[in-house]
Write a protein that binds this ligand. Structure first.
Ligand SMILES: Nc1ncnc2c1ncn2[C@@H]1O[C@H](COP(=O)(O)OP(=O)(O)OP(=O)(O)O)[C@@H](O)[C@H]1O
Ligand SMILES: [Mg+2]
Length: 505
């Protein structure tokens, strides 16, 4: 007897339809799975047999062959268990043959028949809709997420017995509903920070235009503290951004159900991270931190401690907003549009340029070499942080996230209007052509920039970078045109980093 069921394999960030075919014929009892299965898929044999028998159904004492088509696509993970079990039940006449038509089936099985969560429910639901399927059966944990895909009947289940009940046309559980948006986690607020008016202003500029930011200063002045407060002033995710973030995080196994997210991701990997941990990799490519930070913030604390190959690997993601991973026969393209925020001490002891610094020239040189030059060159705002004075620490904080966020939102609205339909989401994403058409530079501003350029403090690329930051500063000031003050403020935020980059190159 032949039977088949539809399920999906995760391939990069997409889901690909997999048809589970089963052939049951007379012969010595056996159970084989073919179609490029990895070890967890092959082990499905034991889970499926156990789940079927322990749920009170029969496992055919015949020659059973399961094929996962297309045979050329690598199948990985335990998500195929439930679909395989369903085909066994159909092929052995325990479930009507038409029951699986139009349904996608996804889930891992326990030996007792429990249906367990698997990563990627949202991507699978999107794939099921695209493939023209009407419904999807999957574990409860993923059902809320899958229900975000409109036009698909999503049935959440907990056990194999429940699945059989549904397939036999018995009582169906109510279709899964979209869960209310997850409440934004309590975020640390800028109101905790005393002093640092310039740093907070630079963070607001960075958030408003999506610019990359480097905080540099001695130990204990609040670099980490400030960087962790950046998400609190970023605009909320749009619906399509949120779906993309959820799809990525679900495939990475970082979430279990829940409604639409609104907070932007904030990823702060430890500096021991490898290049593939940062940008993605593995024999079946999985996304790295750069992709988990897509539409959010990638925070590299203690930048100079990161291994240089890891930092070098970030160049393509930073430049192109995506990274291509090739492993064996598989190629995956992962999106990586994040804001890079980095923090570092200015020298190995951390006290330069004060008199307390005990570093030698050689120490300095080593420290600079450890910061990747090409990476520094992609940072728009270099912000030195000094120790706050005793008075500043005693005074009340100078701002709060609510206030800065309001300014960021207004500046983003201006950018949205100006950049609508161009493909750039914010000023930092403008390419050279967009920069030329959308900058609206006043002649006085141009004079100021040309002066800085002639003085030799700027490379041509750094000049473009300063122009983008100047555009953001003008947006924060509510100005259609970029004036002299905006240009000078932008230069103030970055001429230093150019010098550092030159020293490193
Ligand atoms: N400006 C400040 N306002 C309020 N608290 C501060 C400030 N600066 C530092 N602190 C306090 O000091 C702690 C340490 O700051 P933080 O970890 O951000 O320092 P850092 O600059 O990252 O140091 P390191 O270079 O050692 O990593 C903070 O958690 C906070 O309690
Ligand atoms: Mg720190």
């Amino acid at each position: 007897m032949l039977a088949h069921a539809s399920t999906f394999a995760i391939n990069g960030l997409e889901s690909r339809r997999v048809v589970v075919e089963i052939d049951v014929r007379a012969g010595l009892p056996s159970f084989a799975i073919v179609g490029l299965p990895d070890r967890p898929v092959r082990e499905a044999r034991e889970r499926v047999r156990g789940a079927i028998l322990n749920s009170g159904f029969e496992f055919p004492l015949k020659r059973v062959t399961v094929n996962l088509a297309p045979a050329g696509l690598a199948k990985t993970g335990p998500g195929f268990d439930l679909a395989i079990a369903c085909t066994v039940l159909v092929a052995s006449g325990q479930v009507p043959v038409e029951a699986l038509r139009g349904l996608a089936v996804l889930g891992e099985l326990g030996l007792d028949g429990e249906v367990r969560a698997v990563p990627g429910a949202l991507a699978v639901a999107e794939g099921a809709l695209e493939a023209g399927l009407k419904g999807m059966v999957l574990p409860h944990e993923g059902a809320g997420e899958a229900a975000l895909v409109e036009g698909l009947e999503v049935i959440g289940v907990a056990t194999l017995t429940e699945v059989v009940e549904v397939l036999r046309g018995g009582e169906r559980p109510a279709p899964a509903r979209v869960e209310p948006a997850a409440p934004a986690p309590e975020e640390p607020d800028l109101a905790d920070v005393h002093g640092h008016p310039d740093v907070i202003e630079a963070m607001t500029v960075a958030a408003a235009g999506g610019h990359n930011l480097l905080l540099s200063g001695p130990p204990g002045v609040g670099k980490t503290m400030l960087a962790r407060r950046l998400p609190s002033i970023l605009p909320p995710l749009s619906r399509s951004e949120a779906l993309e973030v959820m799809r990525i995080h679900s495939i990475a196994g970082l979430r279990a159900g829940g409604g639409l997210v609104s907070a932007r991701p904030f990823r702060a990997p430890h500096h021991t991270i490898s290049a593939s941990g940062l940008v993605g990799g593995g024999s079946v490519p999985i996304p790295g931190e750069a992709t988990l930070a897509h539409h959010g913030v990638l925070f590299l604390d203690e930048l100079s401690e990161f291994p240089r190959p890891s930092l070098e690997a970030l160049r393509q993601p930073l430049e192109e907003g995506r990274v291509t991973i090739v492993r064996g026969q598989q190629t995956a393209i992962f999106p990586t549009r994040f804001m890079l925020v980095a923090a570092t001490n200015p020298c190995p002891c951390g006290h330069a340029p004060s008199r307390r610094c005990r570093c030698t020239e050689a120490d300095f040189a080593r420290h600079r070499r450890r910061l990747s030059g090409p990476l520094l060159d992609r940072i728009d705002l270099l912000v030195p942080i000094q120790r706050p004075s005793a008075e500043e620490l005693a005074r009340s904080p100078i701002s709060a996230s609510r206030i800065e966020r309001e300014r960021v939102l207004t500046a983003r609205e201006r950018q949205d209007r100006r950049l609508a339909g161009t493909g750039a989401g914010c000023n930092a994403q403008m390419d050279t052509r967009l920069l030329r058409t959308h900058l609206q530079l006043r002649p006085e501003a141009e004079v100021a920039l040309n002066e800085a350029y002639r003085a030799g403090n700027l490379s041509a690329r750094a000049r473009d970078r300063a122009l983008r930051v100047a555009r953001t500063i003008a947006d924060l000031a509510g100005s259609d045109r970029v004036g002299r003050d905006h240009a000078i403020a932008a230069l103030g935020h970055r001429h230093d980093s150019e010098l550092v980059a030159e020293a490193v190159a």
